[in-house]
Design a protein around this ligand. Sequence first.
Ligand SMILES: [Zn+2]
Ligand SMILES: [Zn+2]
Length: 146
Amino acid sequence: MTNEQLQQYVEQLSLDVFALPFRHKAVFNGRLRTTGGRYFLTDHHLDFNRRYVTDAKTFRGIVIHELCHYHLHLAGRGHRHQDQDFKDWLMKYGGLRYSPRLVGDEKKSHQYECHKCGTLYRRKRKMNPEKYRCGKCRGKIFYKSS
Ligand SMILES: [Zn+2]
Ligand SMILES: [Zn+2]
């Protein structure tokens, strides 16, 4: 899948699933490792992890997840992971809650989440969340799951 095909895919899925247009950019970002996608609050573009494309059903769920962030944010509604609007939309539209682990990434890892902005972090080693702050918003981090 090329960036152009990705753009078309996201635009089409947005119309099919949400009946709302996606008017910004969707691109593959080679630096994403264990996340399937990311939404940028500043310029509204979406990054996706090419490694998830091979599993059509999973990839669809990832794109829907990011489109939930996108449409809720643009509508001025609760667009963060911990917001009720976001949780409702994930259920309603069939978005994935988490990016599933990729084959080859099965080694145990620990997941942390920012209280304030909901950004998820994965770490190989267990760390004390008290000692760290969110890289995006400096919010407090809490332990989520392994
Ligand atoms: Zn998300
Ligand atoms: Zn944060």
